[in-house]
Design a protein around this ligand. Structure first.
Ligand code: DGP
Length: 113
């Protein structure tokens, strides 16, 4: 389920280059182009949807699966001392790409929110 207008769908399809660090049938993880920390990765489900509130049961299962994969991916990409996960939801959160994604931030002390 890809959306032709979506930047992350294009990255998943390989139409826009990215620094991918992990990929399987359900998810892709690549470096954020505007890093907010020493390590800033984006974990993206291959299935296109915008918000957790819009996810189907199958898409929620993929999110759950992603959360089981992220600890190892984070550890193997420089976040041995911990990391922060952020899922921006909608306008007030500053969501700019409307394909659900999980920010993985770390590689250095992040300070308070
Ligand atoms: P959010 O504000 O949660 O919607 O975060 C979207 C993030 O996506 C933002 O940190 C910048 C990143 N981003 C936007 N366009 C691209 C792109 O073309 N490639 C990559 N790698 N990241 C992008």
């Amino acid at each position: 389920m890809l959306d032709e207008q979506c930047i992350f769908c294009k990255i998943i399809a390989g139409e826009i280059p990215s620094k991918k660090v992990y990929e399987d049938d359900w998810m892709c993880v690549f470096a954020d182009v505007e890093p907010k920390a020493k390590v800033h990765l984006l974990a993206v489900p291959k299935s296109h949807f915008k918000l957790l509130s819009e996810a189907t049961d199958d898409q929620m299962e993929i999110i759950s699966y992603m959360l089981t994969k992220i600890p190892r991916i984070a550890r193997e990409n420089g976040c041995e001392n911990g990391y922060r996960l952020i899922i921006n939801q909608g306008e007030d959160a500053g969501q700019t790409v409307f394909h659900l994604h999980i920010h993985i931030l770390g590689g250095e002390p992040l300070g308070d929110l």
